[in-house]
Design a binder for this molecule. Structure first.
Ligand SMILES: Cc1cc2nc3c(=O)[nH]c(=O)nc-3n(C[C@H](O)[C@H](O)[C@H](O)COP(=O)(O)OP(=O)(O)OC[C@H]3O[C@@H](n4cnc5c(N)ncnc54)[C@H](O)[C@@H]3O)c2cc1C
Length: 359
């Protein structure tokens, strides 16, 4: 063995009930496939195990980071010297059903797309356009996931969560979550990282039919394929097909989905951008938005290869890790994109995925 080289082996053991692993590569737990080793990984499948994992890290004064499927999370080269808690709590149940509404509760470790399928196959509508978003149910509220004209702020009713500051279980209602574009109390402000979401309850419509027009690219697909069945299951299938044609499958290509957030503008900024010939969307809620992928494309970077990353030629907002092994490569690619867009348009793009760091 070369001098100074330390071989780290993954050790698996049970701390009473909870399954623990030591020295686990974060690159294996995140879809961008970057990141060094986590000191400990705890896989929790129920509330007593969750409590035990937090007791474990508190006793040792270690930092914590909660992880679902790692589809919106980036690991750093130095790894993480604390405990990654993986949410593996499963279960879906219909809690209450009337002729108009249905309340469906899913545990946080459920796969999001399987949950969408569970609901849409039963004719419950409100989340079908969010089909095929990778990740877990518990992570969905964190950045208020959205796609094809829907976001979960429209249908979430409440979450059940472990409040790690007060060491107690709490229920947080939709209004308390302060949901806006990719932002909630779970990822922004003083309470970011405070709650471990154990279950999410949605209030969906029970009538099983949606009214067109739908989001432009979805409508185009429906029209081109002669689909006039606007049931939740039919729309979810259409969304899966539209996404499969342009978005990378995390099992095949490494990415964290949209790498940058879209740019929101004030009225004056929007007017100025339009005068400069940029495509600005007026959202139904009165806000103005420029698509970050459009800015990257207009800056001539669509299809570019940068430091082991590929700016997808199907959706320029997606950065695919082709052969980069280090976070430093990602930082270099990110800087090149951000600076090029800034020099050209004066907008500084902001990264969407979160990074695993000790807080
Ligand atoms: C190919 C691809 C396409 C994507 N498309 C979309 C899209 O269309 N729309 C969209 O909004 N997103 C999209 N994403 C991003 C991602 O799918 C979502 O953000 C998803 O919710 C991440 O789920 P996860 O379980 O992988 O979360 P993780 O990446 O594991 O975690 C994300 C964040 O949530 C926190 N977290 C996770 N679980 C919990 C919990 N139980 N309690 C508290 N905090 C928690 C983490 O600490 C972290 O801050 C895409 C990603 C990929 C790879």
């Amino acid at each position: 063995m070369a001098q100074g080289l330390v071989l780290l082996t993954v050790k698996i053991w049970y701390n009473k009930w909870v399954k623990m692993r030591e020295n686990v590569l974060i690159s294996k737990l995140t879809t961008m496939r970057l990141g060094g080793r986590a000191r400990y990984v705890a896989e929790v499948t129920n509330l007593p195990e969750l409590k035990e994992a937090y007791d474990f890290l508190r006793e040792r004064k270690l930092p914590v980071f909660v992880l679902g499927d790692g589809a919106n999370t980036i690991g750093r080269d130095e790894g993480f010297g604390g405990v990654l808690i993986l949410n593996r709590m499963r279960g879906i149940e219909v809690v209450e059903e009337t002729s108009d509404d249905v309340f469906v509760r899913a545990m946080g470790g459920e796969n999001w797309d399987e949950f969408v399928e569970f609901c849409s196959e039963r004719g419950y509508s409100g989340i079908e356009c969010l089909a095929a978003i990778p990740g877990t149910v518990g992570a969905a509220p964190v950045q208020n996931i959205g796609a094809y004209g829907q976001e979960i702020a429209q249908t979430i009713d409440h979450v059940e969560a472990y409040d790690s500051r007060e060491d107690e279980m709490v229920v947080i209602g939709r209004d308390e979550m302060k949901m806006s574009y990719r932002s909630t109390i779970f990822n922004t402000g003083a309470d970011a990282g405070r709650y471990f979401i154990t279950a999410v309850t949605f209030r969906l419509e029970n009538d099983g039919w949606m009214e067109p027009p739908f989001y432009a690219s979805l409508q185009k697909y429906l029209d081109e394929n002669g689909i006039s069945d606007y049931s939740p299951s039919s729309l979810a299938r259409a969304v899966r097909a539209v996404r499969a044609a342009k978005l990378p499958d995390p099992k095949v290509e490494a990415s964290a989905g949209s790498f940058f957030k879209n740019v929101y503008l004030s009225d004056d900024e929007a007017e100025l951008a339009r005068e400069r010939g940029l495509k600005v969307y007026d959202k139904p809620d009165g806000r103005h938005m420029i698509n970050a992928g459009y800015l990257i494309e207009q800056a001539g970077l669509k299809g570019a290869r940068l430091h082991g990353f590929y700016v997808s030629d199907k959706a320029a907002l997606i950065l695919i890790n082709e052969n980069a092994k280090s976070y430093a490569d990602l930082a270099a690619a990110r800087e090149e994109i951000v600076e090029t867009v800034f020099d050209k348009f004066g907008f500084r793009l902001e990264q969407e995925p979160v990074e695993i760091v000790a807080k």
